[in-house]
Design a protein around this ligand. Structure first.
Ligand SMILES: NC(=O)c1ccc[n+]([C@@H]2O[C@H](COP(=O)([O-])OP(=O)(O)OC[C@H]3O[C@@H](n4cnc5c(N)ncnc54)[C@H](O)[C@@H]3O)[C@@H](O)[C@H]2O)c1
Length: 306
């Protein structure tokens, strides 16, 4: 299992670190455009191997795509992150050009690879990779819902006063502050709906804090977060590498599911060795359907900027 991570910045390096720590990949290649940067991060990470007990080989490359040849999975994190007060959509001008070039270069050297797109605005960047590569939809996956769901569970646990391992929940829809659809009506604590334990006011607090989860961190850090994004990507790579058939909400090209077509947006999918092996359609309430439809309008408006 060879994995390439393009962009050796905050998210890319964190993603490489978690993949290595989980010890399921034989090789991780970090690639960045900044001279020596990916090589430096790779060397630093390799010097943790004897301390952390992993055998994954991490190498770095300055924009030499021949080093990425025959990757099973490629992760695109290259591009600029948002600063406090910015929306993810504002990044499109710079990131669209970067993502398109990077995707084309990667495919040239790894024609059978599976793409995981992380750069923002992520749903639109995932759509762009579809249009730029023409690959089948199972091989292009956008990472947003896995992270947003982890943030949702963090807030649910906080409101419930419960350990995170007690809670389950999922966020679908667009990966934006307004577009996320945290499925609070489906969230549970040990299989019991959270509405049994939380008031309406507490549940709307959880939903609103989840939606601005990224913005809250960007304000605190001065740039966007990296630990949870890196961990979310590593779990998705592991599901593919180990053919786990695990369910994650991911940005995926819809073809009639949830009443939507020709759009990449967050929906529950099964991840295994072929990438997206199934899109799971769950029954949504009328309010959830309306939120999903509204979220799709937002994603389409950003797609139109391409
Ligand atoms: N989808 C998500 O849930 C999610 C979560 C967090 C961050 N992000 C996004 O991920 C992206 C990366 O965030 P970050 O915090 O790691 O940023 P960062 O600035 O720390 O790292 C980005 C890296 O990309 C590199 N880069 C730029 N152009 C390149 C090119 N053409 N080829 C190769 N490398 C190139 C830069 O040199 C830099 O090292 C941002 O767009 C951010 O908004 C998405």
């Amino acid at each position: 299992m060879k994995v390439t991570v393009v962009g050796a910045g905050a998210v890319g390096a964190s993603c490489a670190e978690y993949i290595a720590m989980k010890n399921f990949a034989s090789e991780v290649v970090l690639l960045d455009i900044k001279e020596g940067y990916a090589e430096g991060k790779a060397m630093d990470l390799m010097q943790t191997a004897s301390l952390m007990g992993f055998d994954t080989k991490i190498t770095g490359s300055t924009n030499d795509y021949s080093k990425t040849a025959n990757s099973d999975v490629v992760v695109i994190t290259s591009g600029i992150p948002r600063k406090p007060g910015m929306t993810r959509e504002e990044l499109i001008g710079i990131n669209a050009g970067i993502v398109k070039t990077v995707a084309t270069n990667l495919l040239e050297h790894s024609p059978n690879t599976i793409f995981i797109v992380v750069s923002n605005p992520m749903d639109t960047m995932t759509y762009l990779v579809h249009k730029a590569t023409g690959l089948p939809k199972n091989r292009i996956i956008g990472m947003g819902g896995a992270l947003d769901s982890a943030r949702f569970k963090y807030r649910l646990a906080e409101a419930l006063g419960a350990p995170i391992s007690d809670v389950d929940g999922m966020v679908i829809g667009g990966h934006s502050d307004v577009g996320m659809v945290p499925l609070i009506g489906h969230a549970t604590r040990n299989s019991i709906k959270v509405s049994e334990f939380l008031s309406e006011e507490q549940m709307s607090w959880v939903v609103e804090e989840t939606k601005v989860g990224g913005a809250t961190l960007t304000k605190l850090l001065g740039t966007s977060a990296w630990y949870a994004p890196g961990a979310a990507v590593s779990s998705m790579v592991q599901a593919i590498a180990c053919d786990q058939k695990k369910m994650f909400p991911c940005s995926t090209m819809l073809d009639g599911e949830y009443g939507l077509s020709d759009i990449c947006i967050g929906a529950p999918v099964i991840l295994g060795k072929d990438g997206i092996e199934k899109i799971v359609e769950i029954e949504l309430s009328d309010a959830e359907k309306a939120k999903m439809a509204e979220s799709a309008i937002g994603v389409r408006n950003t797609n139109a900027l391409l």
